[in-house]
Design a protein around this ligand. Structure first.
Ligand code: 13P
Length: 255
């Protein structure tokens, strides 16, 4: 039985005061819910605040991206060890907003994945097709290419390390992100099953254990049905993770 995982992606939202209120309510709301894993990925300037409030709780925190370099003249970038310095255990990689708005590619996702696991961060690799690709029936082709770009760069040693860190895949159809148009549970299940089969071609033990979470307009109303699908191991939650009541309700459904 895979333990469910809910990751909140705050994107570029929040301030010191609102974060304090949101995190306090989430901590209180999830105190007695120990049967799933919960993570919040906050903007980098607030990781210190997340650590102050979340250490000694059942909620982990992580970055929304990481650079592949260890250090150097990379203005504006954040290295993997900087995230671990601040107690992060997770990092999102290859989010569609990074790909579409900041021109990141499969290549950079692969390099960042490698750098993240070297730093002992659990990578959450985001994959998913755009609306045009969806309508053209290309979902599996796109998801496979995004997965393969990363998996092919991992040697056996790196793959074993990624497994040991409990790497996560997040299926986020771009047309469902921030649109209120959630993928149907059947569609999510079909793509998650496809992702698991593709991992199985490499390693069946990894395929059985890897958590594949769904993202795209997840809320407290649709989460139950999505989480009930056999290959949906939780959610990657954007907008609804900024509302404590909503996020706590989604996390409780995973519990
Ligand atoms: P929404 O939940 O706001 O659709 O965002 C999903 C997402 O991109 C999470 O990474």
């Amino acid at each position: 039985m895979r333990r469910k995982l809910v990751v909140g992606n705050w994107k570029m939202h929040g301030n010191i005061k609102s974060n304090q209120l949101l995190l306090t309510d989430i901590i209180n709301g999830l105190r007695d819910y120990k049967n799933a894993d919960y993570v919040v990925c906050v903007p980098n300037p607030y990781l210190f605040q997340a650590r102050e409030l979340l250490q000694h709780t059942n909620i982990a925190w992580g970055g929304q991206n990481v650079n592949q370099h260890e250090q150097g003249a990379f203005t504006g970038a954040v290295a993997p060890h900087m995230l671990t310095d601040l107690g992060c255990t997770y990092v999102l990689l290859g989010h569609s907003e990074r790909r579409n708005l900041f021109h990141e590619t499969n290549l950079t996702a692969a390099a960042r994945f490698d750098a993240a696991i070297k730093a002992n961060l659990t990578p959450v690799l985001c994959v998913g097709e755009t609306l045009a690709e969806h309508e053209a029936g290309l979902t599996e082709v796109i998801v496979a290419s995004q997965m393969d770009a990363v998996m092919a760069t991992l040697g056996d040693k790196e793959f074993a390390k990624a497994m040991q860190l409990n790497m996560v895949f997040a299926y986020e159809p771009v047309w469902a992100i921030g649109t209120g148009k959630t993928a149907s549970p059947a569609h999510a299940q079909a793509v998650h099953e496809f992702i698991r089969h593709r991992i199985d071609r490499r390693n069946s033990d990894a395929a059985a254990h890897v958590r594949i979470i769904y993202g795209g307009s997840v809320n407290s109303k649709n989460a139950k049905e999505l989480f009930a699908m056999p290959d949906v191991d939780g959610g990657l939650v954007g907008g609804a993770s900024l509302n404590a009541e909503e996020f706590v309700a989604i996390c409780r459904l995973a519990n």
